[in-house]
Design a protein around this ligand. Structure first.
Ligand SMILES: [Zn+2]
Length: 141
């Protein structure tokens, strides 16, 4: 079973992040990087905010990151999550990728275990609408 119930809507790709989600569907985490200045840009965008180049490539992200920040949700803001509170929402940082960050969940941690700076490992889960999303497990210190 996925970390969040199937009734929780999965991502709905837009014209800007369709490629990102297409790679996720293949269980490949890739970030967009500007081919002119080599800076990562996330969320994906058509123009580099650093140098205004339209050129980019999709590079493989590391399989590990660190928790940059997190919250523990106790109050279900949507009926679909009323049975799984408390649950976590983490922001995972990828230092090797200009500190690109993803909002996700840490699927194997109790609320009291989540810590800023803890190492995490990428895993994949399928949401209720069939989209494959990056989630994380506890890594080794
Ligand atoms: Zn650039």
């Amino acid at each position: 079973m996925a970390y969040l119930p199937n009734e929780v809507p999965g991502p709905r790709p837009t014209v800007d992040d369709q490629v990102f989600w297409d790679y996720c569907q293949q269980q490949e985490l890739r970030f967009q990087r500007c081919t002119a200045c080599q800076r990562f840009r996330h969320p994906p965008a058509p123009v580099c905010p650093q140098c205004r180049s339209f050129e980019s490539e999709w590079v493989h992200a590391p399989q590990t990151g660190v928790v940059f920040s997190f919250t523990i949700v106790h109050h279900p803001a949507h009926p679909a999550v009323s049975t799984v509170t408390p649950y976590n929402i983490v922001i995972v940082d990828f230092p090797e990728c200009d500190h690109t960050r993803l909002v996700s969940n840490l699927i194997d941690a109790l609320p009291e275990e989540v810590r800023i700076g803890m190492p995490v490992v990428l895993v994949w889960e399928t949401t209720g609408n069939g989209r494959v999303v990056p989630r994380f497990k506890k890594g080794n210190d």
